[in-house]
Design a protein around this ligand. Structure first.
Ligand code: BGC
Length: 743
């Protein structure tokens, strides 16, 4: 038995009886004594090492400051590594830490496992379009199982940044624009990643990011300045982070942006007052990549050392890749700028999670090469990815029941830069996924039709550029085919980090290609693949059918083929508004009325001269191959008190010829507030499956708490008065009832 084991055993035996195996922070934390015993043996340098996270030289997502990270591990100068994975590789790094370093503290391995490790699920925005929390949790749990089998302990997810600007490339990583949906999705992801504990080595620590308000970057330009009222912050932007923390997320990542002039990484209001004191967060806070150093550019500090002092004093525990604590923290302590107690607290927060993970009991728990072979990219995981991919597809338009396509067609033309493409389907932030493992759309259609119809392909044009020389062959092929499927959109790297676009139309000549194909008069189905809402006014008004498929991951082609040929009836709904053009941005459903709401008869009302106020597709939008009718909205009481629960009912009928699922959405409008209130706010939804011709009465519960907001004096409560409740299949729902919260 080596030194570290003996040490740990001697120190811990007295406390083993009171230990819970893992779990969320509790009063009288069972890990306290174990953490104390390790802390007692550590030098200041080793403590600073625990607060330091370095990247390996794999999969780097930013500037690499260090090449000799193995030396750093040996010297105890780093306690955590990211971008290193696979059981074998991480085992070796772990061995250096627990056998060759003096303190023998196991390393923590992190990685961006955002929508899958090797089996890639739809991009998070796409998954959110499923409005299926069980499916989203499943996706996260498969991702966790694969990551944990490959030497990882910690994922940098979920990203829960509310985003109202589709120019921002990182909208693909989140759940869109709504705090209610975003909170539930964030919770589902935390549950999927962390589960009930880490004993089986198949779960990972979640990291809620990017705290906070990163999604509000001005102009949708990544890393840009954020400024907003405290009310907007608390009512719209903070709820998903709070929900994820309440769900037990063990770690939080700071964001790159400033907020009201103070970069998030040095923002004590966010990291201490709100996160720790108001929300009771007990895990550790990691910075985003070199975000401490970047404060020098923000201009709130003179140098890295001061940046480090501000960030630790604000509540940061771990420095990602900046080497600021590594280079300067000791001096800051000597100068009295940072207290040793502050350092101790940060180290305790970090070591505690190493105990929670069980790394002091078995540092190799997550590094089982046999399990890795069995779990990663298993058939079972592919099946899960297919299921979630199908659920994430949104049918935007379907004129004259163009879809589903009949399986008895003689021929289909599969056209477009994304028709025979695999690598882009994986989307941005695709972990250890390999684009070549994805099923292309063409392949999916071939798998589905299995030789029963002629499936022919022409690219037509590339993603970008002006070359239309491929149009003639594509149009010819379309003319000779019974139906045309045209796959257009973005490349994977056109969204994600550092991938903002000012023009969110289809890149290059793709729209012209679609126009040329539609002009043939054939039934044309536009299959969109993209990481953000696009502006597609011509397609939305002229193409016979439009399917939004985001980037669906490993099983993309099979999932889309299932929907195209009617083996799966689409049920996704947009988690983000699709604008008509970029000039409408920011455009989101939960906006306010203004003092001059639009009135066509009055010039002096709020509008544009050249585009309607309405979006192309509203939040919550999505069609089905069947139709649904809503009728008979009612309530068990129309006047209620703060202690009551109001039950709102509605009858949903499947009035079409196919079985299908509908996401029934409930919105509320608070008619008069001490501060102005949004026109609608999502407060509930249910995904309901109904057989053709079936009918079901649904009930939603509402309490005063669901109607609470930050009032004029910033207290969070519901104000008495009238509320209109709307229920329907998207945010323009028309069935409504008025209820009153009594004084
Ligand atoms: C991103 C984070 C990510 C980190 C580590 C940063 O550039 O903003 O979301 O987790 O890199 O890869």
């Amino acid at each position: 038995m080596n030194y570290w084991k003996i040490l740990v055993l001697i120190l811990l035996v007295p406390f083993l009886m009171q230990c819970t195996p893992a779990g969320k922070p509790t009063a009288g934390d069972p890990y306290d004594h174990r953490v104390d015993s390790v802390m007692a043996t550590m030098t200041l340098e080793e403590k600073i090492g625990q607060m330091t996270l370095f990247t390996s030289d794999w999969d780097v997502t930013g500037p690499t400051l260090r090449e000799n990270y193995k030396e750093d591990i040996k010297a105890g100068r780093t306690g955590a590594i990211f971008n290193a994975h696979t059981a074998a590789y991480n085992r070796e790094l772990q061995r250096i830490a627990v056998e060759e370093s003096r303190a023998k503290i196991p390393l923590l391995f992190g990685y961006d496992v955002i929508h899958g490790y090797k089996t890639i699920f739809p991009i998070p925005l796409g998954e959110a379009a499923s409005w299926d929390l069980a499916a989203i949790e499943l996706a996260a749990s498969v991702a966790a199982a694969e990551a944990a089998a490959s030497g990882l302990h910690w994922t940098f997810a979920p990203m829960v940044d509310i985003a109202r600007d589709p120019r921002w490339g990182r909208v693909m990583e989140g759940s869109g624009e709504d705090p209610y949906l975003g909170s539930l999705v964030g919770r589902a992801r935390v549950r999927g990643f962390q589960g009930e504990g880490f004993e089986n080595g198949d779960k990972v620590l979640a990291c809620v990011k990017h705290f906070a308000a990163y999604g509000a970057a001005a102009g949708g330009r990544d890393y840009n300045t954020v400024d907003m009222s405290d009310r907007l912050l608390r009512d719209i932007y903070l709820p998903p982070y709070k929900a994820a923390v309440e769900e037990g997320a063990y770690t939080v990542m700071t964001s790159f942006n400033e907020l009201d002039g103070v970069p998030a990484t040095a923002n004590r209001y966010l990291l201490t007052d709100i996160l720790r004191e108001e929300w009771g967060f007990k895990g550790f806070v990691v910075t985003d990549y070199t975000s401490i150093n970047e404060m020098v550019f923000h201009g709130n500090v003179a140098d890295d050392k001061e940046a480090g002092e501000q960030s630790i004093n604000a509540g940061v525990d771990m420095d990602m890749q900046g080497a600021v604590f590594y280079n300067h923290l000791k001096k800051s302590i000597e100068e009295g700028k940072v207290s040793e107690a502050q350092v101790d607290q940060a180290v305790r927060n970090i070591l505690r999670l190493k105990f929670v993970l069980g790394l002091f009991d078995d540092p190799y728990r997550f590094m089982d090469i046999e399990r890795e072979k069995r779990v990663v990219f298993s058939k079972e995981n592919q099946d899960a990815a297919l299921d979630v991919a199908r659920k994430s597809i949104v049918l935007l338009r379907n004129e004259n029941q163009t879809l589903p396509l009949s399986k008895t067609l003689r021929s289909v033309a599969v056209i477009g830069p994304l028709a025979d493409n695999k690598v882009e389907l994986i989307g941005a932030w695709s972990g250890a996924g390999n684009g070549n493992d994805c099923i292309s759309l063409l392949q999916g259609i071939q798998n589905k039709t299995a030789g029963s119809m002629q499936v022919r392909h022409a690219m037509g044009c590339d993603f970008e550029g002006t070359d239309q020389s491929g149009f003639a062959a594509a149009v010819n092929l379309a003319r000779q085919s019974d139906a045309v499927i045209v796959a257009v959109g973005e490349k994977a790297q056109m969204s994600g980090e550092a991938a903002s676009r000012s023009d969110i139309t289809l890149p290059g000549v793709q729209e012209e290609l679609v126009k040329a194909l539609v002009a043939t008069g054939k039934p044309v189905v536009v299959v969109l693949m993209n990481g953000r809402p696009l502006a597609i006014p011509w397609i939305a008004e002229n193409a016979p059918a439009v399917l939004e498929t985001w980037f669906l991951g490993t099983q993309a082609g099979n999932a889309i083929a299932d929907v195209l040929f009617g083996d799966y009836n689409p049920s996704g709904k947009l988690p983000m508004t699709f604008p008509r053009n970029e000039g409408q941005i920011p455009i989101f459903y939960n906006n306010k009325n203004t003092g001059r709401p639009f009135d066509a008869a009055n010039k002096y009302t709020s509008k544009y001269l050249d585009v309607p106020n309405t979006p192309q597709y509203p939040f919550g939008w999505g069609l089905s191959y069947t139709s649904f009718a809503y009728e008979g909205i009612g309530a068990d009481k129309t006047e209620f008190s703060a202690q009551d629960t109001v039950r709102i009912r509605i009858t949903l009928s499947n009035t079409g010829a196919r079985d299908g699922a509908e996401v029934v959405q409930l919105y509320v409008r608070d008619l008069v507030g001490s501060v102005t209130r949004p026109l609608r706010e999502l407060k509930g939804f249910q995904k309901v499956f109904l057989a053709a011709g079936a009918k079901q009465e649904l009930t939603f519960k509402l309490t005063a708490n669901d109607l609470a907001f930050h009032t004029r004096d910033m207290t969070f409560r519901a104000e008495p008065g009238y509320f209109d409740v709307f229920i329907g299949g998207n945010s323009d729902a028309t069935q409504s009832i008025r209820i009153q919260l009594a004084e």
